[in-house]
Design a protein around this ligand. Structure first.
Ligand code: ADP
Ligand code: MG
Length: 176
């Protein structure tokens, strides 16, 4: 079983993935997995990144995972993969902008990503038949707390994490 850990860049997927790995869970860091398996497509000048074929990645993952175990697949494309559940990390616009600025993103790129976060883009993309979707807010929760929440979700205690609790639209004027 694969559980996707997804979210807008800067919401904390990789940090959460590292914490889950520290707790001895199986974690697949997709950017590394894609590179190591030669799945990186051609460079796209328009987006400044390389395309990855979701179907190819899906096939490679199917060959990698053992069906009896649970894997967390971390990355902003993970919710497009065949997964039992998608955990969408969220972060308030203000805090997200600060994290992306600290990463050296251009103002344009910060804005683009914050707009996507305000518009729930990944949350909407993640919802598909057969995939349960949950939200975790990383704005004011430590990675340890988030990892505890992931454990609760995996244990079926999902009521606190059902989507719909996050609403960043109060901040909309600043970012559009
Ligand atoms: N739960 C958290 N609380 C506070 N800061 C966090 C948290 N998770 C991540 N960060 C910080 O946010 C930034 C982006 O985190 P990262 O895990 O790289 O995001 P992503 O993989 O989603 O792009 C990093 O500087 C990290 O230290
Ligand atoms: Mg990351």
């Amino acid at each position: 079983m694969i559980i996707a850990i997804t979210g807008t860049p800067g919401t904390g997927k990789s940090e959460l993935g590292k914490e889950l790995a520290r707790r001895n869970h199986n974690v697949i860091f997709l950017s590394g997995f894609i590179r190591e398996n030669g799945l990186l497509g051609e460079y796209e000048p328009e987006t400044g990144s390389c395309d990855v074929e979701t179907e190819e990645l899906d096939r490679a993952l199917a060959g990698y995972v053992r069906s009896s175990e649970t894997y967390y697949a971390e990355g902003h494309l993970s919710h497009f993969l065949t997964c039992s559940a998608a955990i969408v990390l969220r972060c308030s616009p203000e805090v997200l902008a600060g994290r992306l600025e600290a990463r050296g993103y251009s103002q344009e790129k910060v804005r683009e990503n914050v707009q996507a976060e305000v518009l729930d883009v990944i949350l909407c993309e993640a919802g598909s038949p057969g995939t349960s979707v949950y939200e975790l807010d990383s704005t004011s929760h430590t990675v340890e707390e988030l990892a505890d929440s992931v454990q609760e979700i995996a244990d079926g205690k999902t009521e606190n994490y059902l989507p719909g609790k996050t609403d960043w639209t109060g901040d909309i004027d600043r970012w559009f």
